[in-house]
Write a protein that binds this ligand. Structure first.
Ligand SMILES: Cc1cc2nc3c(=O)[nH]c(=O)nc-3n(C[C@H](O)[C@H](O)[C@H](O)COP(=O)(O)OP(=O)(O)OC[C@H]3O[C@@H](n4cnc5c(N)ncnc54)[C@H](O)[C@@H]3O)c2cc1C
Length: 409
């Protein structure tokens, strides 16, 4: 069994959108960075694929737009929801600046692009198959992390540990940071069904009495989320798969034959939806960002957006302190929470309203077709009104910008 020890300025736990963007920006700013990722690669089926205008803007600020544009992608300018037999155009990006579309790109392509770019800097190191099991403390301050590898263990010593390890964060557990559990009324069953070139090209959200289904275009297949009341997924799984195939076909008639490609329940993964946030995003020697600091509801598909914005804010603050030779202590690190907490809270509050007013009432299955709130109906009437949800989903609140003055490469 191998036992390795590395040391670095910043050790980032987790190579998702938050960790890879932060790693890229810090490395480019001349800060030595190690990103520890437990998986061998970024190839994971059940992850968000939405690259929002705010992230497109960050890629542009980093000079990566041309490379990003070369990735296979679908661009969406509007999205509609299907409520009963009605189709309601609800989101419209046209007219928004500087980007008037949302790009659907497999998350692994985006992460591979950023990791490849970061590897050009000698200050960047990505260690895959390194699962952090615990943090190392000295006098109550985190001074490193211990990781499990296939063939041994590694100890990584660092001036700062950043927890970017998602909703089941080991870093936040190791630091005993207090979590405010907000909760969600639903879970989601994820699966894929083949897509035909003549199918609609973007995102499809279908709401019928007792049923919600969201379909994401992934080229030759649909990635589909079938939303169920919290905890009820296991009951559904007791039923024959043919029943589930019929439910899917009943919601999207174009899938009538193709729903049979869901051959067994093994093809269906359950996502336990949660909404929470940390009261404090820092502990001595530790900063936590992205889903690890605030797990978002899937409503609006904004989790990646917020994770990337957190990473940009954190990189700006850490790199500036690093170049000014200031210690990465609570005074510096708490600035990240001060910048990013209220945009997060605002979006979570909106998600909670949607969870209560729309999701819960549709899933109640009263037998009646879902009622469309008056505000939603009004929004669908005018393009400028449809721009409002597009701006909130696409750009969020308090847009972050890369501080290129920190760049050394
Ligand atoms: C099924 C699903 C669909 C989603 N769809 C969308 C969508 O369409 N749009 C959207 O914006 N958001 C979506 N989200 C949410 C979005 O994926 C997250 O909000 C976003 O990825 C958060 O980024 P992150 O970097 O903070 O965390 P994550 O993406 O969760 O990344 C955490 C990383 O840390 C690694 N890791 C975890 N523990 C350890 C450890 N102990 N040691 C080392 N590495 C570790 C994980 O392997 C992972 O790579 C979806 C989420 C799910 C689960």
């Amino acid at each position: 069994m191998k036992s390795e020890t590395y040391s670095t300025d910043v050790c980032i736990v987790g190579g998702g959108p938050a960790g890879i963007v932060l790693g890229y920006l810090l490395a480019r700013s001349g800060v030595q960075v190690i990103v520890l990722e437990k998986h061998a690669d970024f190839l994971r089926d059940f992850r968000g694929d939405t690259v929002h205008p705010s992230t497109l803007e960050i890629l542009q600020e980093c000079g990566l737009s041309t490379k990003f544009d070369a990735l296979p992608q679908n661009r969406i300018q509007d999205a509609a929801i299907h409520v009963g037999d009605e189709t309601l155009p609800l989101v419209d990006y046209r007219g928004l600046k500087p980007f008037d579309y949302l790009a659907l790109v497999p998350q692994w392509d985006l992460l591979n692009l950023l990791a490849d770019e970061a590897s050009r800097f000698e200050t960047f190191r990505l260690c895959v198959e390194h699962e952090v099991t615990e943090l190392l403390f000295e006098n109550g301050t985190a001074v490193g992390a211990k990781a499990k590898m296939n063939n041994g263990t590694a100890e990584i010593r660092a001036a700062l540990i950043v927890g970017c390890d998602g909703r089941r964060s080991t870093v936040r557990k190791s630091t005993d940071l207090k979590v405010l559990d907000i909760g969600a009324p639903m879970d989601a069953l994820w699966f894929r069904v083949p897509r035909e070139p003549t199918d609609p090209s973007g995102l499809e959200a279908i709401l019928r009495a007792g049923h919600i289904m969201v379909m994401i275009n992934r080229g030759d297949y649909w990635q589909i989320a079938y939303v169920v009341p919290k905890g009820s997924g296991s009951q559904l799984r007791q039923r024959p798969i043919a029943e589930f195939q019929q439910r899917v076909a009943a919601l999207a008639s174009m899938l009538e034959k193709r729903s049979q490609s869901i051959a067994s329940w093994d093809d269906v993964k359950t996502l336990v939806v949660g909404v929470d946030r940390l009261e404090c995003w820092t502990a001595p020697g530790v900063l936590v960002i992205g889903d690890a600091a605030h797990t978002m509801s899937p409503i609006g598909g904004v989790g990646i957006n917020l994770a990337v914005q957190d990473a940009v804010a954190a990189a700006n603050i850490i790199a500036e302190a690093f170049h000014a030779h200031r210690p990465l202590d609570h005074t510096v690190l708490s600035k990240v929470q001060r910048r990013r907490e209220w945009p997060t809270r605002l979006i979570q509050s909106m998600q909670l309203i949607a969870q209560k007013r729309v999701i819960s009432s549709v899933l109640e299955d009263s037998g009646d077709p879902p009622r469309i709130p008056r505000l939603l109906r009004w929004i669908t009437r005018f393009r400028w009104a449809r721009n409002i949800p597009a701006r909130i989903i696409g750009y969020g609140f308090r847009r972050e910008h890369v501080n290129a003055k920190n760049f050394r490469f």
